[in-house]
Design a binder for this molecule. Structure first.
Ligand SMILES: [Zn+2]
Length: 71
C-alpha cells in the first residue's frame, strides 16, 4: 500500500478548502481566482462577473477584503 505524499495532499486539500468559491458581495460563483503568496499569507485574487466585485481573500484571517485600508 502506497502512502500519498503528505505535503502534496495537504497542499491540494488546502487549496480546495481555501479557494473562495462564492462572491462575498452577491454570492454568485466566482469566475476567477488567482492564487499567490505574499509573505506568509496565501492570497486569492478574485473577480466576480456577476456584480464586478474584486478583492483579495487571505487564508490567515479567513476574511474577504478589498483594497488595503489606511494605516
Ligand atoms: Zn458578486
Amino acid at each position: 500500500m502506497t502512502v500519498p505524499d503528505r505535503r502534496f495532499t495537504a497542499d491540494a486539500e488546502a487549496h480546495r478548502r481555501d479557494q473562495p468559491r462564492y462572491c462575498p458581495a452577491c454570492a454568485a460563483a466566482l469566475d476567477l481566482a488567482s492564487e499567490f503568496w505574499e509573505g506568509d499569507e496565501r492570497r486569492f485574487y478574485c473577480w466576480c462577473a456577476g456584480c464586478g466585485w474584486t478583492g483579495e481573500v487571505t487564508t490567515t484571517g479567513a476574511t474577504a477584503r478589498g483594497h488595503e485600508p489606511e494605516h
